[in-house]
Design a protein around this ligand. Structure first.
Ligand SMILES: [Zn+2]
Length: 347
């Protein structure tokens, strides 16, 4: 994880620039490790909220107060836009949409997910369990983590998307246009909103200033009927970051923390970090094949236990990178996958 890119005063300037463009940060509390989530009020026509915060009374109260500070009420909202499928970004959707009657815009792939949030979240949890089992996480730990996951699910909610978006679409307001960009990686539904005239990018969790966005292993959004193949989230994410790197953005406002003013430098740093991390993991394999959980444990110690799925996602993502380079391959032993360095000889 890397240091702050934006000093305090630079962050202040960046926020002032966003405010000048009618984009106001409403930082809403979450029960998650990540801390507050940034929702954005766009003062334009339609009056728009980007992301909602998690489904809790405390979040709803704080969101309502933050709106009031800008002279608006929940009932005034005319459009709600969702950046991606994580609970901290969409949990209040149902309540806000009901109270305001606002249109709800989200990526078309996300619409069926939101419509049946509980079922999909349950499927996601089962998928996560099978991934953990397959990658060597001990069964008793999986049981504990699953009950924690189930308890958190209440912070999400369903919602009905009235305006399905596709990559390349434009959302038109009185004073601005936002181009819709599907840039999967952190999640399969990551959607960015690009104001080309102002060179401002609304990025959700696709890029974060203070931490590397985790490319979480997740089920594909399109159900093709068969067993869902595992998405290669980090490879997908790196591809998406390379596309974002080409945008002439001057300001990137994000789902958590401060805005990013030099996204090219930040993306370059993230790419270097992933490369370094992949090499480090490859060195661990010099001693013989390891499961993703064993690699995560030696990389991050106890965090591999408390944050098993997250660290597993990191390891598997980097193994995908190394496999694409022909440097590792998978060995299946008693239903557990181990990774073996390609150069470590035959078995
Ligand atoms: Zn997220």
């Amino acid at each position: 994880m890397t240091g702050e890119h934006v000093s305090r005063s630079a962050a202040g300037e960046a926020w002032a620039r966003a405010t000048g463009a009618g984009i106001h940060r409403l930082a809403v509390p979450t029960p998650f490790l990540v801390g507050r989530v940034n929702c954005y009020l766009i003062e334009d026509e339609p009056l728009t909220l980007v992301d909602t915060g998690p489904n809790s009374g405390k979040s709803l109260d704080e969101l309502a107060l933050a709106l009031e500070r800008h002279g608006h009420r929940i009932q005034d909202l005319e459009l709600i836009v969702i950046t991606h499928q994580h609970m901290d970004h969409l949990g209040l959707l149902e309540i806000l949409a009901r109270r305001s009657g606002a249109e709800v815009a989200a990526l078309h792939l996300l619409a069926p997910y939101l419509e049946h949030f509980n079922e999909r979240a349950t499927d996601d949890d089962e998928f996560a369990e099978s991934i953990m089992r397959r990658h060597g996480v001990p069964n008793d730990l999986i049981t504990v983590l699953s009950s924690v996951g189930a308890a958190f699910r209440a912070y999400g909610s369903s919602g009905h998307v009235t305006r399905e978006l596709s990559d390349g679409d434009t959302l038109t307001f009185r004073d601005r246009r936002l181009r819709v960009m599907h840039r999967p990686g952190h999640s399969p539904s990551d959607t960015l909103f690009w104001d080309e005239d102002r060179r401002i990018l609304i990025a959700g969790d696709h890029l974060l200033d203070h931490v590397s966005s985790n490319p979480l292993i997740s089920r594909p959004l399109v159900d093709d009927g068969g067993a869902p193949p595992r998405r290669r989230a980090l490879i997908e994410y790196i591809e998406s970051m390379r596309m974002t790197r080409e945008l002439p953005a001057e300001l990137v406002v994000t789902g958590h923390g401060n805005p990013i003013v030099d996204h090219v430098a930040l993306i370059d740093e993230r790419l270097r970090m992933h490369n370094r991390r992949a090499r480090k993991m490859l060195r661990l394999l010099a001693g013989g094949p390891l499961s993703a959980f064993e690699i995560a444990s030696s990389m991050w110690g106890n965090i591999a236990v408390t944050q098993a799925f997250l660290t597993l996602s990191e390891v598997v993502g980097h193994m995908d990178l190394l496999a694409a380079e022909g440097k590792v391959h998978e060995l299946e032993q008693a239903d557990v996958v181990r990774f073996e360095a390609a150069s470590s000889g035959s078995r």
